[in-house]
Design a protein around this ligand. Sequence first.
Ligand SMILES: *[C@@H]1O[C@H](CO)[C@@H](O)[C@H](O)[C@H]1NC(C)=O
Ligand SMILES: *[C@@H]1O[C@H](CO)[C@@H](O)[C@H](O)[C@H]1NC(C)=O
Length: 169
Amino acid sequence: MILFLCFSLCKSQLHPIPAKIDGFVYKKPIVWGESVVVEAFLDPVCSDSRDSWLPLKQAFDYYSGQLSLVVHPVPMPYHSNSFTACRSLHIANKLNSSSFYPLLELFFETQEKYYSAPTYGLSRAIIVADMTKLALTVVGESFSTAFQSGFNDSSTDRAARISFKVRII
Ligand SMILES: *[C@@H]1O[C@H](CO)[C@@H](O)[C@H](O)[C@H]1NC(C)=O
Ligand SMILES: *[C@@H]1O[C@H](CO)[C@@H](O)[C@H](O)[C@H]1NC(C)=O
């Protein structure tokens, strides 16, 4: 971890402290001191993350009121399209905050087509266009232009990196 931090500093990739705590709260706001907070680090195109999502939701419902759930979208480096998927989630949240969880679930349902092998011959532009089309079904079609611009907005790139770094620290 020390090496990692050093690398970040040397590469001048030190980001400002985020404006708020990282992560997306599931359903109910956290009441600090009242409930146990479970922080889940999920990769939208990872099968293990997908498989853990239903049990996590069941635990949340079972311990209703005693458990808070916070999801951090984390792009694992060995899933080639994960960073784009995580960035889509941040763009979705920025445009329509109700769409974060519907989009996460949509990624879990359709993630196989974004695995590294089936997309080997596809350009990043094609993946971005495909994920945009997918996302708009839950974000709202009226956000089409804004969603595409979201991929050129450095704040969504930064947000996707921060979740990844939080996992390491
Ligand atoms: C925002 O997302 C939610 C969940 O997908 C959806 O029901 C709602 O219609 C969206 N809002 C707009 C303005 O499209
Ligand atoms: C985003 O940036 C790319 C590459 O710089 C450019 O080709 C594209 O037109 C831009 N898209 C939008 C919606 O601004």
